[in-house]
Design a binder for this molecule. Sequence first.
Ligand SMILES: Nc1ncnc2c1ncn2[C@@H]1O[C@H](COP(=O)(O)OP(=O)(O)OP(=O)(O)O)[C@@H](O)[C@H]1O
Length: 581
Amino acid sequence: MRIGTILRRLGDHWGGTSVVMASHLVQAAAALWLPLLTARLVDDGLAFGDRGRIAVTGAVMLGVAVVQALAAAVAVRTATTIAEAIGRDLREEVFVAAQRLSIAQVARFGTSSLTVRTINDVQQVQQLLQMLLAVAVPVPMICVGGIVLAAFRDVQFTVILLAAIPALMLLTTGVLRAMRPLTSVVQGRIDDIDRLFDEQITGVRVVRAFGAESHEEQRLQRSGAELAGVALRAGRLSTLVLPAGSLLVNLLSAVTVWLGAGRIAQGSLGIGELIAFISYLALVLSSITTLSFLFTTLPRAEVCAVRIGEVLAERPDVVAPARPRTAQPTPGSVETRALRFDYPGAARPVLVDVTLTIRPGEQVAVIGATGSGKSTLLHLVARLADSTSGAVLVGGSDVRQLDPTVLSRAVALVPQRPMLFSGTVATNLRQGRTGATDADLWEALDVAQAREFVERLPGGLRAEVGPGGANLSGGQRQRLAIARALVRRPDIYLLDDVTSALDQTTATAVERALALAHANATRIVVTQRAEVIRHADRVVVLDAGRVVGLGTPAELLAGNAIYRDIVAAEPSHDDVMDIPA
Ligand SMILES: Nc1ncnc2c1ncn2[C@@H]1O[C@H](COP(=O)(O)OP(=O)(O)OP(=O)(O)O)[C@@H](O)[C@H]1O
């Protein structure tokens, strides 16, 4: 997307744009009329000591100045409203487009870059629109009007004015050329700083625990210095325009006065005429200088428009089917057929030839070394991404053909890193099911072993949850995330290492309660806990993205080394808590 594409959106606001144009026309006419009135005041009034003419012309000048100010106020106000409206629409579009991206696409852009594009980049474009409408529109009117009026009064002086315009244009073009490459670097550096901030703030506990504050500060300082370096270079270039413009105006005014003085002495020019001409010179050149300065913000807005366009143009990997299926011939079943998944640009696939058939109500544990593709497998079942090849069937229907609402009702994913949202405990849990009653929420909290701590929170279910659940412990977040999935009552639970932040006893209690609650539901559980693995109906062993073991715990104990390693690493706790199979 280029800035021109965004400018075309002004057509959607033609009413407001017409008001801006009309107000600027009035404002420009007033600005051009004032020097003529000044000339009349001096040459016809002051020169002859005609008090009546001075008073009338002065009153007209005051009236014109008031109209000019009012027209300018209307133009700026309307311009701001239009720019705000276009900015708001763009922000919404980028946000919605970003929400539709698959996890691989989000990873490719980077979450912080998507944030900067949605907020900062749209703001830059909005600012440019506002400035264009509020400042740039009257410039051509003033220039053409000023040159024509000057030409009518004096050709020699008009030549001076016309010669100055290309000089200013040349300067601006040079500055713009030099700035263009710097501005895309500036936006990239802003992305970097945002990413660093995000990392450092979300990881503040780790930073403190490792006493890494000064190291992190240095990283931020380095990034800040790099941004300041390029931003300063771009800023220095843009600041050339205004002083150069006013230098030119002053030089030419001096030349005009020098030439005019001689002609006044000869009697071929009135003082008022000279003042009027100098006013036109200043009006035209300072308008062009302001426009040139405005153009120096163009490269940055242009880069931002391109970055916004990249998000808007990104076709989501995961698209809703044209004719969605709602039928699920075998609710609760999950099947993967020769599944393969590659991250774009990655050296090797994350999953290769994964073929599984999971029956409704089955409890399946997925185990494997870190990085073996366990989470990715669950993500593909929940259709957070589409497989590179092969297929995933949920309830007997290919997820790519299944109605997204049917799929999200059938499947509840509890991710490895539980994510809560600002609001209350209840609003977070009701993301599982909007219509859930308080009793449903407490029931889910009971299963997730979270009743006790929620009851202790001030307000209970109405207790505040900070952004990302920041005011809760990792274990509390994890239990609320489990409860949210339970509230949904899906056919299939996808549980990704959901008890990793809990102590042994609580984890076992959660697992036991989960197994009892909604006993008919299918559970695919990524876990390292021997307790859960031993009590699963079947276990899938992944190694570097391939299924290297599939069977009951007893079968795998006999013939699978990876299974034996993982289960042997943790002693049985069946004596502590009996988990039903
Ligand atoms: N955004 C990404 N871009 C490229 N590769 C990625 C990306 N995210 C994950 N991977 C790779 O995909 C592989 C599988 O990751 P996945 O999270 O599925 O593993 P896992 O078995 O769940 O690991 P863990 O037990 O540590 O959670 C890893 O090798 C990882 O490096």
